[in-house]
Design a protein around this ligand. Sequence first.
Ligand code: AMP
Length: 214
Amino acid sequence: MKLILLGAPGAGKGTQAKRLEEAYGIVQLSTGDMLRAEVASGSDIGKELKAVMEAGNLVTDDLIISMIASRVEQDDCKKGYILDGFPRTTAQAEALDKMLEDKGQKLDEVIEMVVDEDALVERITGRYTCADCGQGYHDSFQKPAKEGVCDKCGSGEFSRRADDNEETVRSRLVSYREQTAPIAEHYKAKGMLKTVDGMADIDEVTNQLKKILG
Ligand code: AMP
């Protein structure tokens, strides 16, 4: 199964992708995570990426497209994948169409998580993750049962993304509105776009997604 989760930053794509990964045995391909790994490696390209990401801008299409093209060739993608954060521009959506067509493959679903933009700044600036297992938390909406201890793995180490501060979030939302939101139309025109209510409770969103995916 190959699917795309579309939606603004903070819509919950990463959270839901992790749940679908477990439920369907397919792999989450988050271009944001791949880029953060490159930044963490301290490479020259990582340094350039860091500046672009911390400004809330998009990385170049060429780099992202070649990154995804080689990632989907890996063995763990054989059963399928969930694209999270890609495509983010019309050029990326077109490159993905071409890449799949060349392989004689197609997408099974394109699902947009629809959210109210006013809620996003609070959602994003309050989020953090367990540094050991990656479990997501939020200062107001999803605290660990015991303060300072990860529910899932018991770690006491947490981290926040460098680009989850209010100033960067506002730029990310502008990039989303101008460059990414139009790709919903790309898939709508192909009759492929489905939507779920991203403002619903986390479990309810998962249920809506599972209803679509079967
Ligand atoms: P995300 O984790 O999806 O919120 O992505 C974090 C940042 O990585 C974005 O604000 C962009 O700077 C960059 N990024 C992630 N995916 C893409 C993409 N498909 N195209 C361009 N830039 C991306």
